[in-house]
Design a protein around this ligand. Structure first.
Ligand code: PPE
Length: 302
């Protein structure tokens, strides 16, 4: 927290923290995996670069540069003896003047690392999950900044998630303001039809997912055609296969959308093929993607 290593139970903030009232924070979700070379952070620099961009979009100057954040994350993982973990850096407006102008509030930064299992369940990763199209639309670029990963923006995801859980589903898919498919509450969306993969493009108010980008690269390397384009709601019903991608979720097949089975109602062949290579890449078993892994190295201190 703000430059110091702090025990879990002491990692506290003031109740008048600006971000608690107004959502003025930006964060990342990153994972590290247990590889043959030791714990390794997946696409670490890309995540930290996105954190910096999100901060800039909300008028925050990070008091640390990306390399400092990277080094301290390595040290955090090593000090906690973690082999694999979820990493949550957050930069936010801290205690200071109340009111909507945040510019005089300090920008505080903390990074937490902890174990976090399969976000949508181990069973979900294996057998696929049930998803509901949300009555809530994804935030539009006219009101907020979909490309920023900002705390306050997640109220949109919270509404969609609660609605889908109460209706007995595991996850929600939100449409964008034009009614096209956008994304999950914390994942990007992919559909497969006739072995061609499609995913909403940036014009659909998506978060530019790092898992999305990785999965597109893997699918193309496997020889599949991947289209980044507008995806109509009806395509959800027509798809042979569907899956979600995100750091927390990883790659999760979707077996049912709005009570209608997707394809045969179980993870499809294309999904399986991409998921296999992706899971291998995460754990360092795919030399082709070794550069995505930032092996934890702690500089010895004099
Ligand atoms: N869309 C949203 C809205 C989103 O939050 C995420 C990540 C993604 C897409 C996928 O992005 P990427 O992780 O770069 O592939 N969601 C993070 C937070 C989840 C949470 O519950 O908190 C995550 O997966 O870490």
């Amino acid at each position: 927290m703000n430059g110091d290593f702090v025990a879990w139970e002491d990692a506290k903030v003031h109740v008048l923290t600006h971000a608690l009232h107004y959502g003025t924070g930006v964060f990342e979700g990153i994972r590290a995996y247990d590889t043959a070379e030791g714990p390794a952070v997946f696409r670490h620099r890309e995540h930290l670069a996105r954190l910096k961009r999100s901060a800039e979009l909300y008028h925050m100057d990070l008091p640390y540069d990306t390399e400092q954040l990277r080094d301290v994350t390595h040290e955090l993982i090593a000090r906690n003896g973690l082999r694999s973990c979820y990493i949550r850096p957050i930069a936010y407006r801290g205690f200071g003047p109340m009111g909507l102008d945040p510019l005089d509030n300090p920008v505080e930064v903390s990074i937490a690392a902890y174990e976090w299992g399969a976000y949508l369940g181990e069973e979900g990763k294996r057998r696929g999950i049930r998803v509901k199209v949300s009555p809530w639309r994804r935030i539009s670029p006219e009101a907020l900044i979909p490309h920023a990963k900002a705390s306050g923006q997640y109220l949109n995801s919270v509404l969609a998630k609660v609605d889908s859980r109460k209706a007995g589903y595991e996850e929600a898919i939100l449409l964008d303001q034009h009614g096209n498919v956008c994304e999950g509450t914390g994942e990007n969306v992919f559909l497969v039809r006739d072995r061609v993969i499609a995913t909403p493009s940036h014009s659909a108010s998506i978060l530019d997912g790092i898992t999305r980008k990785s999965v597109i690269a893997i699918a193309r390397d496997l020889g599949f055609v991947v289209e980044e384009r507008d995806v109509a709601r009806a395509e959800l019903s027509l798809a042979d296969e569907a899956f979600l991608t995100g750091t927390a979720a990883e790659l999760v097949p979707v077996r049912e959308i709005d009570d209608r089975p997707v394809g045969a109602g179980e993870p499809g062949e294309v999904t399986r093929a991409v998921q296999k290579v992706f899971d291998d890449a995460l754990c360092g078993r795919e030399p082709r993607y070794a550069e995505w892994l930032d092996v934890v190295r702690v500089p010895s201190r004099a």
